[in-house]
Write a new protein. Structure first.
Length: 103
C-alpha cells in the first residue's frame, strides 16, 4: 500500500473531483514532486478481527473496512472523516457542478 502526501508547494489533489485534463496540467506545472511512500504489512482479515472488533460494523466487510480505515488514519496521522458516501457524492456534485449518483 502506498500513499502520496502533498508537499507544501503542491496543489491539493482531489482526483475524484478533478477533471483529468486539469489534473494533468496542474501536475506538469511542477519541476519536481516529493512523495512519501508507506509500505504496510498485509492486513488479512481473520476470526480474531471479526470477533474482537465486531462493534466496528454490522457485517464482516464493514468490520474489515473500518479497521483498515483506522490503520491508515493512524499511519498518516490524519483525523477520521465520518462522512458517508452520500456526503462525498454531494461534495463531488458541488465541485463538478452536476449531479453525481452512486453507481
Amino acid at each position: 500500500m502506498f500513499n502520496i502526501k502533498a508537499h507544501k508547494n503542491a496543489f491539493p489533489l482531489c482526483a475524484s473531483a478533478m477533471d483529468i485534463l486539469l489534473h494533468m496540467i496542474l501536475t506538469f506545472t511542477f519541476l519536481y514532486v516529493e512523495i512519501e511512500a508507506y509500505e504496510l504489512p498485509v492486513f488479512a482479515p481473520n476470526d480474531y478481527l471479526y470477533e474482537n472488533f465486531k462493534d466496528l460494523g454490522k457485517d464482516k466487510h464493514s468490520v474489515y473496512a473500518e479497521a483498515v480505515r483506522r490503520v491508515w488514519s493512524e499511519v498518516l496521522d490524519v483525523p477520521l472523516n465520518s462522512g458517508n458516501l452520500d456526503v462525498k457524492l454531494e461534495y463531488k456534485s458541488k465541485i463538478k457542478g452536476k449531479v453525481i449518483k452512486d453507481t
